[in-house]
Ligand binder design. Structure first.
Ligand code: NAD
Length: 298
């Protein structure tokens, strides 16, 4: 029986945040100001509040300025759009993130389309989606970019490898597939209508699971030695009554017996998302200030 090596996303994210911190010091020395990230939260969704708080804390810890804007749930869409336009013009703000989901009376696409694409550090604006698809420099959604960083750190070149991405969301699955194409993988995108998913997954040297179904991918679906990136975050009942625990989209125990390497949940992909957001912000700061900066060293 093989035992997969564990891909430590928490440690990688710490290293990335430290490199971002060094770059932030350099940026401040050259420009006289800290790189700035503005985060806009509309409403009181508890999970979003936790994300926004963590983003703010980590932004400050990396030596950047954090601008938090909390708006009530009944804010008019026009007022949110006006705030986004203000942030677009604000020279202290290098990156803008509007926390999703927005309340139902707001049109998310319209809000995202109002963000200046060169400050769109979430990479959700259609201009950045198009840049990713055509290979132009832009901003790439944080979670899939974090997954590719972990894969390259583990495997080196991904060229020629067979990759299966399970899930086709705009936030994870689709950009993940684009990034893997850019790394010269042969990419299959599987989804809820895919026929015989285990057979499709069995071909893959790289499996990225971004589904939102607890422990769906079993060890016996995997090709021996495959590298498994588990994006899923699912809360399920724990062993003790009334307690819960987090699991991924991959059945970790059985996958460990077959995979070559695997990300755990928690501690795998999860910690990468905010670290990559900070990475995108420092990149935006240098690009928008017209400063030379080696982005590949991050
Ligand atoms: P989503 O609901 O938008 O998309 C899920 C995708 O899975 C869909 O494309 C659907 O076709 C596919 N799918 C559903 N059932 C399937 C099945 N039975 N077989 C094959 N495919 C199936 O979800 P998302 O936003 O892409 O997120 C996916 C998971 O990743 C969630 O658990 C989410 O919590 C997690 N996530 C984690 C992070 C992070 O680590 N920071 C970030 C984003 C999302």
């Amino acid at each position: 029986m093989t035992q997969a090596s564990i891909i430590d996303g928490k440690a990688f994210a710490e290293g990335l945040r430290a490199r971002v911190g060094t770059a932030a010091v350099g940026f401040e020395a050259r420009t006289g100001r800290k790189p700035g990230l503005a985060v806009v939260l509309v409403g009181e969704d508890p999970a979003s509040q936790v994300y926004v708080r963590n983003k703010g804390k980590q932004t400050v810890a990396a030596g950047m300025a954090s601008f938090e804007h909390k708006l009530p749930a009944d804010t008019a869409e026009a007022d949110l759009l006006a705030l986004v336009r203000e942030l677009n013009e604000d020279p202290r703000v290098d990156g803008i993130l509007v926390q999703l989901p927005l309340p139902p009376h707001m049109n998310e696409q319209k809000v995202i389309a109002t963000i200046n694409p060169d400050k769109d550090v979430d990479g959700f604006h259609v201009v950045n989606v198009g840049r990713l698809a055509t290979g132009l420099p832009g901003f790439v959604p944080c979670t899939p970019l974090g997954c590719v960083m972990l894969l390259k750190d583990k495997l080196g070149s991904l060229s020629g490898l067979d990759a299966v991405v399970i899930g086709r969301s705009n936030i994870v699955g689709k950009p993940m597939a684009q990034l893997l194409i850019a790394e010269s993988c042969t990419v299959t995108v599987a989804h809820s209508r895919t026929r015989d998913l285990p057979e499709v997954v069995r071909r893959a040297d790289i499996v990225v699971a971004a589904v939102g179904r607890p422990e769906m991918v079993k060890g016996d679906w995997l090709k021996p030695g495959a590298t498994v990136i588990d994006v899923g975050i699912n809360r399920v009942p724990g062993a003790e009554e009334g307690k819960t625990r987090l699991v991924g989209d991959v059945d970790f125990a059985s996958a460990c017996e077959v995979a070559g390497a695997i990300t755990p949940v928690p501690g795998g992909v999860g910690p990468m998302t905010i670290a990559v957001l900070l990475r995108n912000t420092i990149v935006a700061a240098h690009r928008n200030a017209g400063l030379d900066f080696d982005e590949s060293a991050l």
